[in-house]
Design a binder for this molecule. Structure first.
Ligand SMILES: Cc1ncc(COP(=O)(O)O)c(C=O)c1O
Length: 387
């Protein structure tokens, strides 16, 4: 079914096609051409990272992180149960055992108070996910990691240039990832930046990204031929995708301002309705500057959530739920996941609804979404009165 108001529409900033044509006609459409270098420079300067490397997806960047941390069979990695499969699968691919922690009921981020208890002598990494681009409690997570000599990999798929206590997300962990998948704020179809904050990982990251070869050193003239020096894979994206991405990065401020406006319109339009109907709105701590990646609401029950999805669908509006609890998935259960283990995740997963959110969502379209949601409450009241 096609929707009048879809959940997502990949937004163009203006120069994408021109830059893509340029990348093609310049004759360097493979990886690590001029546009890749421009994206690297832009992101590195802004994040003040030791190194930023574009890779083919956030999934691949997390896999690279697992390779760089040298995760071995039997190692344990602490992950939130409420996240995308890639956050966890990347480590499981190396033989690690995921240890699922619950999320906080307010920000829906990894509950830092549970991390300490989950640590064992086998723990190698903690992987906080900044849900909806709102920062996890990084002070506590970093302190726990430091106390136990454990690495931190931030899955910041949602939170490009969002901040926690003034500092950019993706700059706290030893390694971090920023997704540019077409559903994110800044896009290139499929792609990601691996952010390397600990300089000790830089050289090996270049090798792992280039099929286990030292080709990056060869291009810089540091060796006279390149060869196979480590394990790795083909993790570098075509310069055509980097050209797409650079056109978006250049317009980052404009895209961010647009998304902030959309987010605020939802929040203002739904505030009193949410209060009157026991529906929760996103919580953003005052020391967090979010990325305005999504707008979600938490209904009182799964039944309410499904009924609202249906009402919106009848009006041509697509609103969607999000992650299913990973500890209860087929794979999660193989690692001992069971009902009741992460109660907040289980409840949130049933009740969360994401509203249409894209850069060219018009004010009138958004008004329709808000009006439809507000009418849902009215129907529910009428329904209750009739009973
Ligand atoms: C938290 C999180 N991590 C990782 C990913 C995977 O990103 P990609 O599609 O770029 O591989 C997603 C996908 O949406 C995600 O939500």
């Amino acid at each position: 079914m096609s929707y009048r108001i879809p959940f997502n529409k990949p937004g163009l900033a203006g120069d994408e096609l021109r830059y893509i044509a340029d990348a093609i006609t310049q004759g360097h459409s493979a990886g690590d051409g001029d546009y890749t270098a421009k994206c690297h420079a832009f992101l590195q300067a802004r994040l003040n990272a030791a190194r930023v490397l574009l890779t083919t997806s956030c999934t691949h960047a997390i896999e690279m992180a697992a390779l760089l941390l040298d995760i071995q069979p039997g190692d344990e990695v602490i992950v939130p149960a409420f996240t995308f499969v890639s956050t966890v699968n990347a480590f499981v691919l190396r033989g690690a055992r995921p240890v699922f922690c619950d999320i906080r009921p307010d920000t829906l981020n990894l509950d830092e108070s549970q991390v300490e208890r989950a640590i064992t002598p086998r723990t190698r990494a903690i992987v906080p996910v900044h849900y909806a681009g709102v920062g996890c409690e990084m002070d506590a997570i970093l302190a726990t990691a430091a106390r136990h000599g454990v690495r931190v990999v931030e899955d910041n798929a949602h939170g490009l240039f969002a901040r926690y206590k003034g500092r950019y997300l993706g700059t706290f962990g030893d390694l971090a990832t920023q997704s540019f998948h077409e559903t994110k704020n800044i896009i290139c179809g499929e792609g990601v930046a691996l952010v390397i904050n600990d300089p000790a990982y830089v050289e090996r990251a270049e090798i792992v990204r280039e099929k286990g070869t030292n080709r990056a050193r060869f291009y810089r003239g540091q060796v006279d031929k390149y060869t196979w020096v480590d394990i790795g894979s083909s993790y570098l994206p075509s310069d055509i995708l980097a050209a797409f991405l650079y056109a978006q990065l250049e317009r980052y401020e404009q895209i961010d301002a647009t998304r902030e406006r959309i987010w605020r319109r939802y929040d203002e339009g739904l505030r009193d309705w949410a209060r009157e109907n026991g529906v929760e709105r996103p919580h953003v701590p005052e020391y967090c500057r979010q990325s305005y990646h999504m707008y979600y609401i938490l209904l009182r029950s799964q039944e309410d959530r499904q009924a609202l999805i249906e009402l919106l669908r009848e009006r041509g509006i697509l609103a969607v739920f999000h992650y299913l609890p990973l500890h209860l998935s087929e794979m999660g259960r193989r690692f001992g996941g069971r009902e009741g283990q992460c109660p907040v995740t289980e409840s949130v997963s049933d009740r969360l609804l994401r509203l249409p959110f894209y850069n060219n969502l018009t004010e009138s379209e958004q008004g329709e979404v808000v009006a439809a949601i507000r009418s849902f409450a009215a129907q529910a009241v009428v329904h209750r009165v009739l009973q």
